[in-house]
Design a protein around this ligand. Sequence first.
Ligand code: SF4
Ligand code: SF4
Length: 230
Amino acid sequence: MIISKKKAMAGILAALEGKKTVYLFGCNSCAQQCQTGGEAELKEMTATLESHGLRVLGSSLVPETCYRQHVLKEYRKVEAIGKADAVLVLACGAGARTVADAADESQPVLPANDSIFLATVERQGRFFEGCSLCGECVLIETGGICPHTECPKGLLNGPCGGVAGGKCEVNVENDCAWVRIYRRLKKQGRLHLMMKIAPPKDHSIGVRPRNVILRNPAGAAGAGRKKTGD
Ligand code: SF4
Ligand code: SF4
């Protein structure tokens, strides 16, 4: 899940300066769970913009704003979207990007949120960053704990000299990621992995933008059927 937080309203209002009408997009997935782009936040944003003299032409709460087909469907269905002076997106950056590509290039599309990290949902309203999408997963050798993300220094070959009493010297409240890796590997009888030297991270794998094109995506005609040749 992508975690987002609301931008300061002053910045949003400054970006909307000179505009008279706005259309809002929310996201009924991650942003809804982060309380940054669900129904309540769309209502709240509508009231705030209107109290500042802007006319909100409407809002769309799509299942996932990062899904281009959902956004394009709204643009086709709701004439008011194309007529708005600007569109404000209460979703993550991927959602704002998707709306920006669906809009006519002359229509400004503005993000209402900042995207922060990819999260594990520990429970409702409690999120934890355990993966930073490096593109070359090492969890296979680290007991399922990510040193790339959970060690603030991103150390891949054991702890730094700052670990004290099992705690991290950077985030003193947290256990050192490498102490946790050690404990877990020990319980798994895989401590020999601690002796393995990880090669330098290949950052070329993470060169952006990245894309993936599946040859047989789920839901497409024929998906899941065995290919007989091509
Ligand atoms: S090593 Fe860490 S950052 Fe990289 S893919 Fe695995 S969990 Fe994510
Ligand atoms: S104490 Fe552990 S988690 Fe903290 S920076 Fe050093 S190695 Fe990383």
